[in-house]
Design a protein around this ligand. Structure first.
Ligand SMILES: Nc1ncnc2c1ncn2[C@@H]1O[C@H](COP(=O)(O)OP(=O)(O)OP(=O)(O)O)[C@@H](O)[C@H]1O
Length: 299
């Protein structure tokens, strides 16, 4: 199992991001979180290098959203440690929050405001200096290709446009670490590609680190430099998609081109993978209802 980022790559990309090279963008050490008797996150160790697009993959109920909520400081961390660019999330909550952009799974755009007004609202909430606000809102709308639609009510947007608007909301505060929870759920293939194009362009333009959760193994394979496969609160494998596929192919004596990331996950998670490609078989009723209602809202 490959667990560490390539040091050379991390240093090169850190230089792009303008951050000290010795601290990862994110480090979770032995992180655990329980809801009553349910261990949602169970001893999670994770490291995301500066400047990389990192995918946290897993079926419904794997614990991805709970981990993300702890990282974004929205949940307290009862066990373990999280650092963001070296800052301890438990002790430096406000400083950490200033480094983060977060697009939750639930809808965060207001349908009764225009695209521009939605982004302006986030600029005010995140305390973007008044003198810079207009330029920063324009930049964020341009980055997600919504300049022409900025004057329209968000309620008239397609699902893909809503997702890109939410990206703009998160980008307006110029975060160092952008966290996206299921950014393409419920979108058609064209809209999904549009969201990934935006993510790639923003990363290329800013060197920003991106942590994304998804059920869609094929998307992660194509767009993430490294991925972690999460199942029942734990990380089962970490590495570049091509490395993980090659490792499994070597173990099985198979052609690496014929081994998918889904095969890798199935190998590590066994039957629990069912929820990854058939969301109605993973997690519990609450998980499924929430995922479906999110998808329906975005259509
Ligand atoms: N507020 C809550 N109260 C009780 N149990 C919860 C709560 N939130 C999550 N859980 C449980 O914790 C576990 C992990 O859920 P979590 O939402 O973190 O998984 P996930 O991988 O993000 O799934 P999804 O893809 O559906 O978002 C599941 O068993 C879930 O039922």
């Amino acid at each position: 199992m490959t667990t560490a980022p390539a040091a050379g790559d991390a240093r090169t990309e850190a230089a792009t991001a303008g951050e000290p090279a010795d601290e990862p963008a994110l480090r979770c050490t032995d992180l655990s979180y329980s809801f009553g008797a349910t261990k949602a996150v169970d001893g999670l160790d994770l490291e995301v290098a500066q400047g990389e697009v990192f995918g946290l993959l897993g079926p419904n109920g794997a614990g991805k959203t709970t981990a993300i909520r702890a990282i974004t400081t929205l949940l307290p961390v009862p066990a373990g440690k999280i650092t963001v660019f070296g800052l301890d999330c438990a002790r430096k909550r406000m400083q950490v929050r200033r480094l983060l952009g977060y697009v939750p799974q639930q809808l965060s755009a207001d349908s009764g405001l225009t695209g521009r007004e939605n982004v302006e609202l986030f600029a005010r909430v995140f305390d973007v200096p008044r003198s810079e606000r207009r330029a920063r809102v324009d930049e964020a709308l341009t980055a997600v290709d919504l300049t022409d639609a900025a004057g329209r009510l968000a309620g008239t947007y397609s699902g893909g446009m809503v997702r890109r608007l939410e990206l703009a909301q998160a980008l307006v505060s110029a975060p160092r670490l952008l966290i996206l929870d299921e950014p393409t759920i419920g979108l058609d293939p064209l809209a999904r590609a549009g969201v990934w194009d935006c993510i790639a362009q923003v990363r290329a333009g800013t060197g920003m680190t991106v942590l994304v959760t998804t059920h869609y193994m094929d998307e992660a394979d194509e767009h993430c430099r490294r991925v972690a496969l999460m199942h029942r609160g734990r990380i089962r494998a970490v590495g570049a998609p091509s490395e993980l596929r090659a490792e499994l192919a070597a173990q099985l004596g198979a052609d690496p081109e014929r081994v998918s990331l889904e095969d890798v996950f199935r190998h590590h998670a066994g039957a629990g993978l069912a929820g990854a490609d058939r969301p109605d078989e993973g997690g519990d009723f609450r998980d499924v209802r929430r995922t479906r209602s999110t998808a329906a809202r975005l259509r």
